[in-house]
Design a protein around this ligand. Structure first.
Ligand code: GAP
Length: 459
């Protein structure tokens, strides 16, 4: 994990928040490449949920909501973690922290940080929602919460969306947005953070059909995850046991990935029954039931939820793409032949490279353009090609250092194609295109590059 964290910083994927002030605990910022990667994942999700389906509408609800929303949803009373304090070193832990030896509150309990015995308090419930205040004077102002899930913005708007979009049940509402949780034991880079983004979809169905929809959505979501290019042996399902279920769920399955720190969830599919709608109906005093125009039946819909973390999915994609591998002296060969289309992989002297084997359509940069040397008309042609390509793709121009070094930088960035403009290019307007994964090079007419890359980037 340390290697990935350092690559993420070195190449501009993820930086620690407020780093120059020593950082803010478990809050991260996305740099130039990270923001592109996360956007590509979110756009892929939006396309598959909203644009490619007729039965799902999009929504962008505000982060701040009426405080009663969180009473109705059960988050004020039920969104808690049991917490223990060490009276000696003042550290805080979740009561189920596996590093704690013994029973918190009892003399045998041992603090995992300072090692003191009998200093851990009995567990107390700690609410994970961040509070803030609305209004000019803090004491008189209303307490608001930063939403801990985006789902509630969907429930309180479900009738608005239903009526304005002329959808009929079964139908869904999808949303991507920030959520906040004052996690007690955050960590593992962008895995568990205090500010994160969710990609959530609530599917409203007729009571009695929820199990069928639950299975359909499980299959859909695993198919979507697999299409990100994640190795299938690193993915598995985990069904929540009774003691794991969230306060709103009757049944829940997580999609788990085998991270370097173990198997962990990054997406959940939940049967939320009519828990949320019936509570909002009660607390708001407003009818939220649905009149089926065909049967004239009235009912409160059940909800099947798919809830993915955009940051966690980004971490899955990064972890799965990260490879260290021996390459057969590609850089050495280029040092002599310098990308004359002889193909990579041959030559002497092995070398280890770090490469992000991202699915090309997810990669932040689709191609990098390299003039082999900064003379003989090569930079001019390379700039022309770069200008032409960037009207279609996010591409990068790099003329610094040996070609081998430039390839290595782009390998670490996960850029799938390296376009080298060499001596031959200025003669016949062809360039070499190096494939990040196979190291093979094709010679392609400069005028055909857009078509060539479009084909390669599909999917
Ligand atoms: N609306 C249902 C819901 O929020 P959840 O299992 O608590 O369910 C769904 O969260 C997803 O949100 C998780 O699978 C994870 O990807 C992401 N997530 C939750 N807490 C997170 C945190 N502290 N940091 C990063 N991602 C988080």
């Amino acid at each position: 994990m340390d290697k990935l964290v350092s690559l993420a910083k070195r190449r501009g994927f993820v930086f620690q928040s407020s780093e120059i002030y020593g950082g803010l605990g478990s809050v991260w910022d996305y740099g130039p490449l990270g923001v592109e990667l996360k956007r590509n994942i979110k756009e892929r999700w939006w396309r598959s949920m909203v644009h490619e389906r007729q039965d799902i509408e999009g929504l962008d609800a505000a982060i701040l909501m009426h405080p009663k929303v969180w009473e109705a949803s059960g988050h004020v009373s039920g969104f808690t973690d049991p917490l223990v304090d060490c009276k000696h070193c003042k550290n805080r832990f979740r009561a189920d922290d596996p590093r704690i030896k013994g029973t918190p509150g009892q003399p045998d309990a041992q603090c995992p940080v300072c090692g003191s015995k009998g200093t851990l308090t009995a567990p107390r419930q700690f609410n994970l929602m961040f509070k803030t205040f609305m209004g000019p004077v803090e004491e008189q102002a209303a307490v608001l919460y930063l939403r801990p899930e985006t789902a509630q913005g969907i429930y309180v708007n479900y009738l608005n969306v239903l009526q304005s979009s002329r959808q009929r049940i079964p139908f869904g509402i999808a949303q991507i947005g920030k959520a906040f949780r004052n996690e007690i034991t955050p960590g593992n880079f962008i895995f568990r953070t205090r500010e994160f983004e969710q990609m959530e979809m609530q599917f409203f169905v007729k009571p009695g059909s929820e199990n069928e929809w639950f299975e359909r959505w499980r299959a859909e979501r695993m198919k979507w995850v697999a299409a990100l290019g994640i190795r299938s042996e690193k993915l598995r399902w985990h069904q929540h046991g009774k003691d794991e279920l969230a306060h709103y769920a009757k049944d829940a399955y997580d999609i788990e990935y085998e991270f370097p720190f173990g198997w962990q969830e990054f997406e959940g599919i939940h049967n939320r029954t009519d828990f949320d709608l019936s509570n909002h109906q009660k607390h708001a005093g407003k009818k939220l039931d649905y009149l089926d125009p065909k049967t004239n039946e009235r009912f409160l819909p059940y909800v099947v939820e798919t809830s993915a973390g955009a940051d966690r999915t980004t971490l899955v994609v990064l972890c799965d793409a990260y490879r260290e591998e021996e390459v057969g002296g590609e850089a050495a060969a280029e040092g002599e032949g310098e990308g004359e289309g002889e193909g990579g992989g041959g030559g002497g002297g092995g070398e280890t490279r770090v490469v992000l084997k991202l699915k090309p359509s997810l990669a932040p940069l689709k191609a990098a353009v390299f003039p082999l040397v900064n003379k003989d008309g090569m930079p001019e042609l390379a700039h022309r090609i770069h200008d032409d390509l960037r009207r279609h793709f996010n591409v990068f121009y790099d003329d610094g250092g040996s070609i081998g070094r430039r390839y290595r930088r782009q390998d670490e960035a996960g850029t799938p194609y390296g376009i080298t403009i060499d001596g031959q290019s200025t003669q016949d307007q062809t360039v070499t295109v190096r494939d990040r994964d196979t190291l093979k090079q094709d010679r392609v007419a400069a005028g055909k590059l857009v078509e060539y890359l479009t084909q390669k980037l599909a999917g």
